[in-house]
Design a protein around this ligand. Sequence first.
Ligand SMILES: NC(=O)c1ccc[n+]([C@@H]2O[C@H](COP(=O)([O-])OP(=O)(O)OC[C@H]3O[C@@H](n4cnc5c(N)ncnc54)[C@H](OP(=O)(O)O)[C@@H]3O)[C@@H](O)[C@H]2O)c1
Length: 211
Amino acid sequence: MSLTRIHNFAISLDGFATGEPQSLEAPFGHAGHRLHDWMFATRYWDPSGATGVDNAFAQQFAPGIGAEIMGAGKFGPPGWQDDPEWTGWWGPNPPFHTPTFVLTHRPQPAIEMEGGTTFHFLDVPPAEALAAAREAAAGQDVRIGGGPTVVRSFLAAGLVDYMHLVQVPILLGRGVRLWDGLEGLDEAYDIEVVASPTGVTHLSFTKKPAA
Ligand SMILES: NC(=O)c1ccc[n+]([C@@H]2O[C@H](COP(=O)([O-])OP(=O)(O)OC[C@H]3O[C@@H](n4cnc5c(N)ncnc54)[C@H](OP(=O)(O)O)[C@@H]3O)[C@@H](O)[C@H]2O)c1
């Protein structure tokens, strides 16, 4: 069965998954790179990087994934819809290598990139986006890639089967929070926690079987 998965999604101790303001110069606002420094230090990211628990989690990002869903806020800085040249942050060969569905209230024609990534733009509720992504994934799993607004909406709709969060020991104080409106979410998941010597904490949420 095709699962809906989240990987390497980083939050601060106070639950923010990005800082503010988001801009072309600072995609994560005042958070800078701090939410993902743990990942940049792994072999998954950098051939001379570390193996170990952070790498073991990080490298689960791609295997078995046949499509990604992301939000307009991950795809580009505020206002990217007004730039006909904008094709995302990632250059000509984005790291998704699958059909990738961008949720936006201002959809546009699809963009085919190198390396198997095609961006499709959808203005539909989460369940409809998931149905489209699942069809494109042809039996493989669908990754919800963020940002926090989109992850929150899929969690609220009960559509996420597995979520890997990385809690980074920083306090951002402002930005976009993951958890707002998700009271009691923990009851639907088996939650495991692994503390890494690097200081980050990996949390895995696996959906409990329906009673
Ligand atoms: N911490 C992490 O691991 C991580 C991972 C990924 C991204 N990020 C960061 O998160 C930030 C972006 O997150 P965000 O919460 O601001 O934005 P987001 O979740 O990427 O996107 C939210 C936006 O997507 C559009 N949207 C969402 N659901 C929709 C629907 N059902 N139908 C139509 N449009 C829909 C709306 O934009 P419009 O109304 O403008 O169309 C909405 O404002 C960036 O800074 C990014 O770098 C962090």
